[in-house]
Design a protein around this ligand. Structure first.
Ligand code: PXP
Length: 244
């Protein structure tokens, strides 16, 4: 199988976390987005949480207006976030769980258990030209539910894969690979993310039907030691190596 090109979405939430630790404007996540673009990112991802613990409303407005790269807005499935998404019309929106009851036991969004709530929301966003994805566990039941409610994209949760080691990690990787193949078989674009680092990215990047990885915390952490551009460039190089 010929692997499709693999995009890197750089999540800048934790630039805002550091800014918010002191208030004020520094470090500016929009500046980080410009640097990410210069370092070879294909998109910028930002999660506007209901409690605004990192990214703020004005960050989203500035990102939507000032950056050239496609913006992927991560958001809870609430009326407030839906209104914000429809106002800014980002290139993409990824629906993520924020409350316990919205999650599966592992941590992805429980799409199968909330189809009635999610379907109209997805319809409105897709109708506004936003590419909507569902952040789910690599579970065929959740993929089928995402397809059933009209989401064109799924993002597979790599948290458990990154946390485990040895056989447990291998088992989780196999689940992710099987889910990515299932996504392709039922016509869903497949993304992945959460917790990825230099040590864990390659096996995920090597999955041929994977179209995008969204990576943030590790890149911002590594930026302390090597700079943000260098951390992104190295991640991009590892992804490209895995794809060869
Ligand atoms: N994808 C989704 C849907 C997420 O919620 C997050 C975390 O905000 C990420 C990717 C990136 O995870 P990390 O910051 O651990 O790389």
């Amino acid at each position: 199988m010929i692997a499709r090109p693999l995009r890197l979405g750089v999540n800048i939430d934790h630039v805002a976390t550091i800014r918010n630790a002191r208030g004020g404007r520094h470090p500016d996540p929009v500046r980080a987005a410009h640097l990410a673009a210069a370092a070879g990112a294909d998109g910028i991802t930002a999660h506007l949480r209901e409690d605004r613990r990192h990214i703020s409303d004005s960050d989203i407005a500035r990102l939507a207006n000032e950056i050239q790269l496609p913006l992927n807005l991560e958001m809870a499935a609430t009326e407030e976030m839906l209104a914000i998404a429809l106002r800014h019309r980002p290139h993409a929106a990824c629906i993520v769980p924020e409350k316990r009851e919205e999650r599966t036991t592992e941590g992805g969004l429980d799409v199968a258990g909330q189809q009635e709530k999610l379907k109209p929301m997805v319809g409105r966003m897709v109708g506004a030209g936003i590419r909507v994805s569902m952040f789910i566990e690599p579970d065929p039941r959740q993929l089928d539910a995402a397809k059933a409610i009209g989401a064109p994209v799924v993002e597979l949760h790599t948290g458990a894969y990154c946390e485990h080691e040895g056989e447990a990690r291998d088992a989780e990787l196999a689940r992710i690979a099987a889910a990515a193949a299932h996504a392709a078989a039922i016509g869903l674009e497949c993304h992945a993310g959460h917790g990825l680092s230099y040590d864990t990215v390659k096996p995920i990047a090597a999955i041929p039907t994977m179209a995008e990885l969204n990576i943030g915390h590790f890149l911002v952490g590594e930026a302390i030691f090597v700079g943000f551009e260098a951390s992104i460039r190295h991640m991009r190089a590892l992804m490209d190596e895995a794809r060869k």
